[in-house]
Design a protein around this ligand. Structure first.
Ligand code: AMP
Ligand code: TRP
Length: 328
């Protein structure tokens, strides 16, 4: 069975973008692959987090993994910081990565371009830790949304370089990007991605949003004056985003939705999108409350950590011997 791994960085509440671009796909893959899914809590702190809020977001995210359908009997779910080997291998990989490579990372470049203050060293080296998360388990596939593709490509480059320098050590992973829904856009500004760390909560649907609020956000999503439910990301980014959301959640092809809405106004279309989104949220939220009440989370995370820690420590040892830092 091929191995698949992915993580989410809950630096806020999880969004519909996380669900469509990532989580939902993890659930679909868990029968076919050996699936490792973790909460990237170390990645969260690359930007300051209020400790109390962070704890809540981490527990909510792990509970939402289960609520969205990850089954701990099939998938291994764990907390990144429980496996200390990630950070240690991360440092070793940092010594095998170049400043030039990190300077080219789009997410970092965007922060620099926005002249954001207090960019931490951790934020800069974030992709190296992510490479460590991935290659420490020799995984074959990494399902992620579009924004993470470049980071997975960097992980491949680092693994290849290490293999060339020290002999075959790491498997080379492949990113898996969904065909529809890899980049869900903000509802207020559909030219930028829907993001949980956004200041404008109106553009972002959270998985735990009150259904009335979620509906309101969809109904007031920015559209255009074309009066045509048609997929055209450049001319009609808002409508295209709503089409993508609807198609991802129902599996109805975009062309077929367009055909059904010929000559019908945006209001009716938005209402149907809101219905579909609310059905999805309602079912996730129901399960979220059940899981929260059942108190199984700590056990799930402990079992997950126990399972992967043996793999991680064996790989780290192999690496340390190869690079010559073990002297026993
Ligand atoms: P993050 O929230 O940055 O930790 O991302 C977790 C996963 O969700 C990654 O695989 C991202 O690529 C994916 N993701 C985040 N935001 C979106 C979005 N707006 N559309 C699609 N996928 C997303
Ligand atoms: N950087 C990812 C994000 O922000 C989260 C992440 C951390 C991840 N490590 C990973 C995703 C390893 C896939 C594989 O979305």
């Amino acid at each position: 069975m091929k191995r698949m791994l992915s993580g989410i960085k809950p630096s806020g509440q999880l969004t519909l973008g996380n669900y469509i671009g990532a989580l939902r796909n993890f659930v679909n893959y868990q029968d076919e692959y050996e699936m490792f899914v973790f909460i990237a809590n170390l990645h969260c702190i690359t930007v300051y987090q209020d400790p109390q809020e962070l704890r809540t977001n981490l527990r909510d995210a792990a509970t939402l993994y289960l609520a969205c359908g990850l089954d701990p009997k099939k998938a291994t779910i764990f907390l990144q910081s429980d496996i200390k080997e990630h950070a240690q291998l991360g440092f070793i990989l940092a010594c095998n990565s170049y400043q030039g490579e990190l300077n080219r990372m789009t997410q970092y470049k965007e922060k620099i371009a926005k002249k954001e203050k207090s960019i931490t060293v951790g934020l800069y080296t974030y992709p190296v830790l992510m490479a460590s998360d991935i290659i420490i388990y020799d995984c074959d596939f990494v399902p992620v949304g579009e924004d993470q593709k470049q980071h997975v490509e960097l992980a491949r480059d680092i693994a290849e370089r290490f293999n060339n320098n020290y002999g075959q050590t790491f498997n080379i992973p492949q990113p898996l990007i969904p065909q529809v829904g890899a980049r869900i856009m903000d509802l207020v500004d559909p030219t930028k991605k829907m993001s949980k760390s956004d200041d404008n909560a109106k553009g972002c649907i959270y998985l735990l949003d009150d259904l009335k609020i979620a509906r309101k956000k969809i109904m007031s999503a920015v559209t255009d004056n074309e009066a045509n439910v048609h997929y055209d990301k450049t001319k009609q980014p808002g409508i295209s985003n709503l089409l993508t959301i609807m198609s991802s959640l129902t599996t109805e092809p975009i062309a077929s939705i367009e055909a059904r809405y010929q000559g019908i106004g945006y209001g009716t279309f938005k209402k149907e999108v809101a219905d579909v989104v609310c059905v999805t949220l309602a079912s996730i939220q129901d399960r979220y409350h059940q899981i929260k009440a059942s108190d199984i989370l700590d056990q799930v995370l402990a079992d997950g950590a126990k399972k992967v820690s043996a793999i991680a420590s064996k790989k780290l040892h192999e690496v340390q011997v190869k690079i010559g830092i073990e002297i026993k």
